[in-house]
Write a protein that binds this ligand. Sequence first.
Ligand code: NIG
Ligand code: FE
Length: 435
Amino acid sequence: MSEARTWIEADLIVSGAGELLTCARIGTDPGARSALGMIPGGAVAAREGRIVWVGPGDDLREEVRLLRGGQTVDADGRVVMPCLVECHAHVAYAGDRSDEFQLRVAGASYQEVAAAGGGIMSTVHATRSASSEILRALSRKRLDHFLHFGVTTVETKSGYGLLPDQELRILEVYRDVAAEHPVDVLPTLLAAHVVPLEYLDDPDDYVKMVVKKMIPAAAKHKLARFCDAFCEQGAFTVDQCRRVLEAGADHGLLPKLHADQLSYTGGTEMAAALGAVSVDHLDHVSEAGISALAARDGGKRVPVAVLLPGATFFLGEGGYAPARHLLESGARVALSTDLNPGSSPTANLWLMASMGCSQLHMSAEEVIRAITIEAAAALAVDDEVGSLEVGKKADILIVDETRHAEIPYRYGMNPVWRVFKEGKLVVERDLLGEV
Ligand code: NIG
Ligand code: FE
C-alpha cells in the first residue's frame, strides 16, 4: 500500500534563492537579535496571499504542490526576503522646504528656522491650503516611491493640519488612498506636532483640545491606529505629551513618541513607562532612557527604539543615536526614513540601512532586521508582516543581490527586483544599466 501523502498546496512559489532570509521573530533573547534565519538555496510558498511553507529548496518538491494556474518564480540565486516595513513617516503634506534647506546649509539651525516662522509651521500653511485631491495625489506618489523600494507596510502620521478639521482631513486622505493602494497604510494621529499659531498664547489649551476633541474624533471614526507627539523644546513638554498619549490609549490608540531628537527631554522614560509601542529618534537619549528600552521578559510592553539616521544626516548637526549601546543593552532597534519635508525628504529605506552600518555601527544582519521584523514590532504588526513565516502575509521581496552583506554595502541604490504583496506581483524592475 502506498503511503498517503499530505501536500501543501500553493498558488505562488518563489524558489532558487541564493539566500532566503526569513527574519523570523526570535523572542527577547538579545543574543539572537542579529539572526536573519538564513536558508541558503531556500524557497517560500504562498496560497491566497498567505505564506504556507518556507524551507530548503531541496524539500520543496517533496512537500509543496503548485495549484493549477499558480506561478513559480525562479529567483536565480538572488536574495529572497520579507518586504520592508516603514515604521515612521509623514506622508501627507504639501509644498517643500528646499529654500529652508539652503538656509540651514548656510548655518541656521533647524530650531532657528522654526522660530523664525519656517519649519513645521510653513508646511502646515501649505498643507492647510492644499485641496484633499492634491493631498491624495501627493500621498499616492510617496506610497508609490516606498513600494518601488520594496516597502509594503507604511506607518504615516498626520501633523501638518493642527486644527480638528484639518487633522481629520489628513487622516481621511490616508483612509481614501489606502483603499486603493497595494501598500498597507497604518495611520497615526500626530496632532501634538507643534503648537499652531492659533494657540501660541496658551499651548495647554491646545493640548486640552487634542485630548478632548481630536483624539475622540479620530478614534470614533477609526481613522488612526496610533497616537504620537513631538516631545521637544519648541514643541511639547514631557507632561503635555503624557496627557496626549494617555488620552490616546484611553481611546484605543497605541502610543508612540518623537523623543530626545534635538535635545534630551526625558520623553523616552515617560513613553516607556506608558508602554508605548515605539520611541523614535533618540539621538540624545539618556542612560535611564536606554535602560527603559532594554528588553525584559513578560510584563508590560517595552517600546522598540526607532532610529532615524536620515534626519540626523540631513540636519547635518551630528549626534547620531547610540545604536550599539541600545542593542547591547538589549533594546530592539528598528530603522526608518522619517519621510517628511523638513528633516528627511526621502523614501529610501535601504539608504537608512546603509547609514545604520556606516554611522550607527550596526551589522548587516542588524540593519536588515531593523527594516523588516523590528520595524513591524514598532507597529505591533510583527504577527502579520516583517518575516517569512507560515501564516503571515505573503509580502515577499526578491532583491538583485546574491548575498545579504551586499544590501547595505551598495548605498543609495535600489536593489529591488520583484515585489509580491500578499502573493501578487506589484513591482517588476528591469535593473539593466544599474551599477
Ligand atoms: O520626525 N521631529 C518632528 N517631526 C519631523 C520633522 C517634521 C518637519 O520638519 O516637517 C521629524 O523629524
Ligand atoms: Fe517624525
